[in-house]
Write a protein of this length. Structure first.
Length: 767
């Protein structure tokens, strides 16, 4: 995928200030060109803002991007209606607006990626822009790569941020694109289920960002195009024939780790290299000991600590942790150390003004990395390297790091909890008992040596398709550090059963105490707790119906039509009730701008739990509606359920009919009103992107094309040979990449109805 690197011009040329469209867009442009509220590539973790402040900030960004979008439509109209002697000037003005609008959308994408999709310029309008401006505007693409995640956390404040990326193979190495999920019906658990998977997806590309609007547009590339399970919560098949449930790949092996100690230009690390070495690799009260004991020696840390090296950044500079890591790597290489020889790389840094104490890859392709601002805390190193090993946080319902019975909580020097040990494969099959009905079970302490007895009871929680993990914690080895909240008590956790996923501590029980889940009809009682063992009873009486707010989405997020012309949308409704509930009838309603009309093909639909269905929705702007971006809203509700809403936009753009030229010229020339069509169409390769590395299997080649007189066809040529043609948008052909391994060139040739032709090419590699 090609990245556009365009520096914004923070002042307009005098010639632009006096143009007819300047008055219409100046106010919006000045807002967009004010200092950015967030650095584009910064992932610093600032203190959490109040809900009201977040809403106000989002509204400000939304208004800025919307105003610029409306200004762009007016600028495009002025460009298309311009005489030939003014056309180049109007194209330059459009470019100025596009640059400002692009910056505004980049600011909005972190706060509200769904709104960016709604404000995206539809392909039909994008194709009418001058070429230089078009290259800076977002576009629909297809991409294939591995989903990765990064966790940025402030342990002291108890907050964290999770960012997703798509790692795409390229000729010069992997490229990372910020990945955003705009599907409001897609849970955090479903997003995490995609981490470490190779997927093929459709998305809106905005500079280095990919925005996915619907989980159905994500396919598992390793399974031949099957859905990833993001919509259902399913993740992986079992890796063990003796396990009745899905499991994660076992976490094992010695983790060859490089710790690079790095000083900022204004502040140094407060620990010696020897102290850091003992903190990470030592045999007592170290990250190595935490992992060894938790895994029964299945996992260990070994490696080197190097430095300290000085890097050319201050502790108060922009929080560009990737650049810090690159500078530390370069310093290590200059000292004769090769970071690529290691499986894990940790950067021990001084405290800084970024607001985070640790950053780490959540799983990912080795070498995975972590950035740590506290050099003397073994639990923080174990925590961040734990993320590298695909462990997520040990939480409680009210606190991100609230489970102090696990190192993935708030930095406790203890062994892992029963859920994490089970998912990591650190317990033998006889240690985990899968329960499906009422009964009594004897549990040995979780930290006790393996003697083949049960140490964890696992029980399905049907309303969320998660599991309860029941274990006994006692003061053995590092678990001697457990507080009385956990020690000599039964712990009850929930998780999905497949890493990476948070574990949530639901309760701890002393002898005679019970935990009750009335929704699922489950009661867990600690009948007795004695030295080294406990008797636990499970009572299951059947799950009750749990009504949940339905899911609703609208597609497409953004499209265009002219005043008086109808546009069609699809409204998808999902019944999120638990599986034991009956069918539910959901009604739909619309909220439209003044002067618009709309109708659904049906006013209600009946769905069983877990089922989805789509309803066609027609929206028509009145004949006098002015060009602009208009927000549309749909809601769904049912008796006994909370309502849910979804939004889309309709960009009204009505041609004046006074310009007979195509809107796709480069802006350097153009005909006057009423001339015949002598301009070629515009054509762009949407997939693959230049430099992509593709698998040797059948793939879809895709293009976008536009011409004012109409596109007759788009021909697809690979290395000069025609492999197919398409006559309707979206323009696609199926091609078997097995036939051409190695370097290739894809050329698109678009021909309009007047016989004018244009070409576009990209290079890609098939492996």
């Amino acid at each position: 995928m090609r990245k556009n690197r365009v520096q914004l011009n923070h002042g307009y040329p005098r010639r632009f200030q006096n143009t007819p469209i300047a008055a219409a867009v100046t106010a919006a442009v000045l807002v967009a060109l004010s200092p950015a509220l967030h650095a584009q590539n910064s992932h610093s973790h600032a203190p959490a803002a109040t809900s009201a402040a977040q809403q106000s900030h989002r509204a400000e960004l939304d208004k800025k991007a919307t105003d610029l979008g409306n200004g762009l439509l007016r600028g495009m109209k002025a460009f298309e209606n311009a005489s030939s002697d003014k056309r180049s000037q109007r194209a330059s003005e459009v470019l100025q607006i596009v640059q400002a609008r692009r910056q505004a959308l980049l600011e909005l994408v972190e706060a509200d990626p769904g709104r960016v999709l709604a404000l995206a310029l539809p392909p039909e309008l994008r194709a009418r822009l001058p070429q230089q401006a078009r290259d800076l505007v977002e576009q629909r693409v297809e991409a294939e790569g591995v989903v990765a995640a990064m966790i940025l956390e402030n342990h002291e404040r108890g907050v964290s941020k999770q960012a997703y990326f798509l790692e795409v193979d390229g000729r010069s190495g992997n490229r990372h694109y910020n990945l955003h999920w705009a599907d409001t019906g897609m849970s955090e658990r479903q997003q995490e289920a995609l981490v470490n998977k190779r997927v093929r997806l459709k998305a809106m590309q905005l500079n280095g960002h990919l925005i996915v609007g619907n989980h159905n547009e994500v396919e598992d590339a390793a399974l031949g195009g099957k859905k990833t399970g993001a919509g259902s919560g399913s993740t992986q098949t079992s890796t063990s024939t003796t396990d009745a449930y899905a499991t994660s790949p076992a976490v094992s092996g010695d983790q060859k780790t490089l710790v690079i100690v790095a000083n900022f230009s204004d502040k140094g690390v407060g620990c010696s290299v020897d102290a850091v070495r003992n903190t990470v690799f030592g045999t007592s009260k170290s990250a190595n000991q935490i992992l060894r004991e938790s895994s029964r020696n299945a996992v260990s840390l070994s490696g080197d600590v190097v430095g300290p090296f000085s890097i050319p950044y201050s502790s108060t500079s922009t929080c560009d942790y990737r650049s810090w890591g690159a500078a530390a790597d370069a310093a290590a290489k200059a000292a004769g150390i090769d970071p690529s020889r290691y499986t894990r790389i940790s950067y021990a840094l001084p405290p800084n003004s970024c607001g985070w104490g640790g950053i780490a890859n959540l799983g990912g392709t080795p070498p995975t990395r972590s950035w740590i601002a506290y050099c003397a805390y073994p639990a923080i190193f174990a925590h961040e390297i734990g993320h590298n090993l695909s462990f997520h946080h040990a939480s409680t319902p009210s606190s991100e790091y609230g489970d102090l019975s696990d190192p993935m909580g708030n930095n406790a020097i203890v062994q892992s909890n029963g859920s994490n040990k089970s998912m990591a494969g650190w317990l033998s099959p006889g240690n985990v008992v899968d329960a499906s009905s009422s009964g009594s079970y004897t549990l040995s302490a979780l930290a006790a040596p393996d003697n083949g007895s049960a140490q964890v009871i696992r029980l399905r929680k049907t309303d969320t398709n998660e599991f309860y993990y029941v274990s006994l914690r006692q003061g053995i080895d590092l678990d001697a550090n457990l507080s009385s909240t956990y020690r000599d008590r039964i712990s009850i956790h929930t998780s999905s059963g497949v890493m990476p996923v948070k574990t949530v501590l639901r309760s701890t029980l002393g002898a005679g105490q019970s935990f009750q889940d009335s929704v699922n009809g489950i009661t867990i009682t600690a009948q007795s707790i004695s030295s080294g063992s406990a008797m636990v009873s499970l009572q299951t009486s059947g799950a009750a119906c749990s009504a949940a707010s339905p899911g609703v989405s609208v597609g497409p997020s953004s499209q265009t039509t002219s005043a008086g012309a109808t546009a069609g949308y699809s409204v998808t409704i999902t019944n999120n009730d638990s599986s034991v509930c009956g069918n539910t009838s959901f009604s739909v309603a619309q909220s439209l701008p003044a002067g618009f009309s709309g109708s659904f093909s049906t006013s209600s639909i009946q769905l069983s739990p877990g089922a989805s269905a789509s309803i066609p929705w027609s929206v028509t702007p009145g004949t006098t509606i002015a060009d602009g971006i208009y927000a549309l809203k749909v809601s769904t509700s049912a008796s006994g359920h909370s309502s849910a809403t979804a939004s889309a936009s309709l960009q009204v753009y009505t041609q004046d009919g006074t310009s007979g030229t195509s809107g796709g010229s480069t802006g350097s020339s153009g005909g006057t009103s009423g001339t015949s069509d002598a301009l070629p169409p515009t054509v762009t390769v949407t997939w693959p992107q230049d430099g992509d590395v593709l698998p040797a299997r059948p793939i879809s080649l895709a293009a976008s094309a536009y011409d004012g007189s109409g596109v007759a066809r788009v021909d697809f040529l690979v290395n000069g040979t025609l492999v197919g043609s398409s006559t309707t948008a979206p323009y696609q052909v199926r091609w078997n990449a097995k036939k051409s391994t190695g370097s290739n060139t894809l050329t698109l040739r678009a021909t309009d109805t007047a016989g004018n032709a244009a070409e576009a090419s990209v290079r890609f590699t098939v492996k």
